[in-house]
Design a protein around this ligand. Structure first.
Ligand code: IMP
Length: 438
């Protein structure tokens, strides 16, 4: 039995959490996992109309179904967030017995979050608009081979030595390169990490003590997840969830306004450690309109009342940061790029209900630069995306017909979601996907 990959086909926030939750309940699915990103991602699940929504940042949406849920080595893990999420789930009566977290996931440390904050400040008007979760600096330490992995939290002596070395590098970086003045103006960030700094000095002992304590609390969840995923694949279908969206990929997305792990299919394979031969179906997830958070080009952005209406109707505020998301019309160009790069076999279309009552609905099918048609983002060139003029099709009929038009402009739509609840989902599965799930 193989794996189904779930990839965001826009700039993130497409509603992957709900789709994974719906897939996780299907009979052949034996396990689900998250394999890229970190707690910069967020998903909200609503198991039934009468139950409250559950917001998660690291733990896969499948945890609510009780099926094995895996956080693979490709995820950058902030152990504080992870522990708090486990506690929150317990508070809601949801078991985490079936949760596994890779021993080899890289740890997001308080100094990573501070570095993220300082670097964004240094960039000024060129800032990316990160989630301030320390993703970039943690990924950089991984690439520089000075990162700390989850298993290292289990050995105080070793961790102490590693922190001496890393903090020895970070302290002068913060003081003399970023010229950090010892003040964190962002209140949320100050509350989260302020205790790990004294003036502008990193408090190594506070970090060490908390990391060791968290290591002890999380020990039972730490596993060799690559082996685990491969074991589950032999028993049934495994859902592999990627974080963010294809257009935020540092290699394939709208650089430099991207994240620092690869949300595309390659990142999913590396982050889980399975062979590409195991992927039987790639499901792309897209919203009936487009959103993006932070800086970067956004050709179909609506800076008017319609944009505000979509934001309000779709509750387009970050699960992680609470920031209002930039909203705009559906754009087939980024989605088709995502289909192309990820080998997307079929799509899930989410949040169709949000467009109810808006007339006309517009969707972009190609771009123009200086009156010249551009039929793909590739032909535009990454640096020119901010200069394109979107060419729209105007839609005035039913939302069902709108779905058909989007399908014609992109690919087959397997799943249609028109609300946060599990029951607000309609399936029109391709034979291939149906055979995998049932
Ligand atoms: P970072 O991942 O926090 O470094 O942020 C880099 C860029 O990716 C910023 O523009 C963020 O707004 C964006 N980003 C990161 N995670 C998400 C997500 O889950 N949804 C949407 N945008 C995200």
């Amino acid at each position: 039995m193989p794996a189904i990959a779930v990839i965001g086909a826009q700039w993130g926030d497409e509603g992957k959490g709900k789709i994974v939750d719906s897939l996780a309940t299907q009979p052949n699915v034996v396990a689900c996992g998250r394999f890229t990103g970190g707690d910069n991602a967020g998903h909200t699940i609503k198991p039934s109309p009468n139950e409250p929504s559950i917001a998660l940042n690291i733990i896969p949406s499948s945890i609510v179904t009780g099926k094995p849920s895996i956080v693979g080595h490709g995820v950058l893990v902030n152990p504080i967030t992870l522990y708090n999420e486990i506690e929150k789930l317990h508070g809601l009566g949801i078991s985490t017995e079936n949760l596994s977290v890779s021993l080899n996931s890289h740890v997001i440390m308080p100094y990573h979050r501070l570095e993220d904050y300082c670097l964004e400040k240094c960039k000024g008007s060129e800032s990316v608009g990160t989630t301030n979760r320390g993703i970039g600096p943690c990924a950089a330490d991984k690439a520089n081979r000075i990162g700390i992995q989850m298993w290292e939290l289990l050995n105080r002596e070793l961790l102490s030595e590693r922190l001496d070395f890393v903090i020895g590098l970070k302290q002068p970086l913060l003081e003399h390169v970023y010229h950090w003045d010892g003040i964190i103006t962002d209140e949320k960030l100050r509350t989260a990490i302020g205790g790990y700094f004294e003036g502008h000095k990193i408090k190594k002992d506070a970090i060490l003590d908390d990391c060791v304590a968290l290591g002890n609390k999380l020990k039972k969840y730490l596993k060799e997840t690559r082996e685990l995923v491969n074991k589950y694949i032999k028993a049934g279908v495994v859902i592999l969830e990627s974080a963010q969206g294809a257009l935020l990929d540092p290699d394939l997305g709208t650089w430099p306004y991207v994240t620092s792990t690869n949300p595309t299919i390659g990142g999913l394979l590396i982050g889980s450690g399975i062979s590409h031969k195991e992927i039987a179906y790639v499901l792309g997830v897209m919203k009936a309109y487009t959103t993006r958070v932070g800086g970067g080009p956004f050709p179909t952005e609506l800076k008017d009342e319609t944009g505000d209406r979509i934001r309000k109707g779709g509750n387009e505020y970050g699960t992680t940061t609470g920031r209002p998301r930039r909203c705009g019309w559906f754009d087939a160009m980024p989605v088709n790029l995502a289909i192309d790069e990820n080998g997307i076999d079929g799509l899930a279309l989410t949040k169709v209900d949000v467009l109810e009552g808006i007339e006309p609905i517009m969707f972009c099918v190609r771009y123009e630069i200086d009156g010249k048609p551009k039929n793909s983002i590739h032909s535009v060139g990454q640096n020119c995306l901010g200069m394109v003029k979107p060419v729209y099709i105007e839609h005035r009929r039913s939302l069902q017909e709108y779905k058909g038009e989007l399908e014609a402009a992109t690919a087959h739509i397997d799943i249609l979601s028109f609300g946060p609840g599990r029951e607000e989902t309609r399936y029109n599965l391709s034979d291939e996907l149906r055979n995998l799930l049932y």
